[in-house]
Design a protein. Structure first.
Length: 213
């Protein structure tokens, strides 16, 4: 995952309401051809003073998940490993970037989804969908036993292909796990990274990449 996105996600895990990072060359390269109006870059003053500086060694962090029914209800994968799941969702507008698709494909390649587990892949945009085709990533997903959906909100807001029944549980890369978000009010959503979701799809229960790689 891109370090900038990692930092933003870390800011939210650490209790912040948002994460703001300086604009760099990689960001400017990304927005080329994606905006049709002038934009303004905001940056901190060179002599800005901060109340506190917190340094986090990302290499020491453990994979975490968010249990029902709030994104803030976090546990490490180790604490909930083995939790039964019925479905896996990777993508939609959240965690449906090319880097996410590649991450999931790397774990799923040459492996099979566990019996009885439904896996829905949702690239974030048509451009990403096409790039997945060109890189052979969709073939990897299909051969592993996944269903590939067209770019949309899809199951994230209970729209289609992934709506859960009573008593079912999904592990998902989407952004909310509120009651009834993906279907029946007595279903549950666990939020996780693409890597954890892909590993869980293979294991048939909540698991980390280190458990199946």
């Amino acid at each position: 995952m891109d370090d900038r996105f990692t930092i933003c996600n870390m800011a939210i895990e650490a209790g912040g309401k948002n994460g703001i990072f300086p604009v760099d060359e990689k960001t400017l390269e990304y927005i080329k051809g994606r905006v049709d109006r002038e934009y303004k870059i905001f940056a901190a003053d060179e002599d800005a003073e901060y109340d506190e500086v917190v340094e986090i060694d990302l290499s020491t962090l453990k994979n975490t998940v968010s249990l029902p029914h709030l994104p803030s209800n976090t546990k490490t994968v180790e604490e909930v490993k083995g939790t039964k799941i019925d479905q896996v969702v990777i993508g939609s507008c959240t965690n449906g970037r090319m880097s996410d698709m590649r991450m999931a494909a790397e774990i799923l390649k040459g492996r099979k989804v566990a019996d009885g587990i439904r896996v829905n892949i949702v690239p974030a945009t048509q451009a990403i969908y096409i790039q997945c085709i060109e890189e052979g990533i969709l073939k990897t997903f299909v051969e592993a036993g996944c269903a590939v959906n067209t770019p949309s909100c899809g199951p994230c807001m209970g729209g289609h292909m992934g709506v859960m029944c009573e008593g079912e549980r999904t592990i998902s890369t989407t952004n909310r796990n509120f009651v009834g978000r993906m279907g029946h009010v007595d279903s549950e959503i666990i939020l996780a990274s693409p890597a954890v979701c892909a590993a869980s799809a293979i294991a048939g229960f909540v698991a980390g990449p280190e458990d199946i790689m």
